[in-house]
Design a protein around this ligand. Structure first.
Ligand SMILES: NC(=O)c1ccc[n+]([C@@H]2O[C@H](COP(=O)([O-])OP(=O)(O)OC[C@H]3O[C@@H](n4cnc5c(N)ncnc54)[C@H](OP(=O)(O)O)[C@@H]3O)[C@@H](O)[C@H]2O)c1
Length: 251
């Protein structure tokens, strides 16, 4: 198995995409620790499911708005497992505020989105840096969004946080080389996720209509791409859009 003896931390593993990523990494042999912030029961179910299929998994609570909690989370993994090979910065938060409603995007909402979606991934990478470097071959995969490339998503704050995460990927790829590869998956609409269901129907339908492959992403597509990144030894600093192919986002 490609990830035998590896330890992976997947933030937001109680969520739709994070749980699929956790399952894929566990199927590839990794011991997976997932985080949740409120959905303990769901996190437990994801871990139980992985174990029932013969994988190794655990869950831990983490509110990544809290820098001290991030350090404590990584420290406890190092203490318990002695290593960390993969960090998937998947957790995020969004709220639907149309771009034109500038006054509705308060500074509190802005701070919350940016703290969770951008500062959190940086602090996690920083906290995990030493242990990811320790054995060589470490990997970070950030989950951003196609909304971080073109200006359209649940809110301006979300789009800006994901654009920041895209560039943080490149900066960390330089900062953490050669021991750690840092890459990013930028999903477009991902079918059957709670986040996608919060989008106005017209936005979701428009994404489906534009996808040149005739389908947008599924959670498994995102998980497959994460697995590809963490099993590669020659790719770093890259942002892979997974959206079924939107003409407007292709370069
Ligand atoms: N779904 C889509 O269509 C789509 C499209 C583009 C990009 N993405 C990106 O893909 C990633 C996963 O999305 P998803 O659809 O799986 O979302 P989701 O189902 O809503 O899951 C979000 C995860 O983040 C966790 N979380 C929320 N606030 C947190 C905080 N303060 N501290 C730590 N964890 C927190 C949640 O924990 P609880 O479960 O405990 O609340 C949950 O595990 C996100 O980065 C998202 O931006 C998704």
């Amino acid at each position: 198995m490609k990830l035998q003896n590896k330890v992976a931390l997947v933030t937001g593993g109680s969520g739709d995409i994070g749980s699929a990523v956790a399952r894929h990494l566990a199927e590839a042999g990794a011991k997976v620790i997932i985080t949740y912030v409120g959905a303990k029961q769901t996190a437990q179910e994801v871990v139980d499911d992985i174990k029932a299929k013969g994988g190794a998994a655990a869950f831990t609570q983490l509110d990544q708005r809290n820098p001290l909690a991030i350090d404590a989370c990584v420290d406890s993994i190092v203490k318990e497992y002695g290593r960390l090979d993969v960090l998937v910065n998947n957790a995020a938060w969004n709220i639907g505020i149309p771009f034109v409603c500038l006054d509705d995007l308060t500074s509190d909402i802005w701070d919350r989105v940016l703290e969770i979606n951008l500062r959190g991934p940086f602090l996690l990478a920083r906290a995990a840096s030493k242990i990811l470097k320790a054995n060589g071959g470490g990997h970070i995969v950030n989950i951003s969004s196609a909304g971080g490339i073109s200006p359209g998503s649940s809110s301006i704050a979300y789009s800006a946080s994901k654009a920041g995460l895209n560039h943080l990927t490149r900066c960390l790829a330089v900062a953490m080389a050669p021991e750690v590869a840092v890459n990013c998956v930028a999903p477009g609409l991902v079918e059957d996720t709670r986040m996608a269901k919060r989008l106005p129907n017209a936005v979701a339908q428009s994404a489906r209509r534009q996808a040149v492959l005739g389908r947008v992403g599924q959670v498994e597509d995102i998980a497959e791409q994460v697995l590809t990144f963490v099993t590669s030894t020659s790719i770093t600093g890259q942002i892979m859009v997974v959206d079924g192919g939107m003409p407007g986002v292709m370069r």
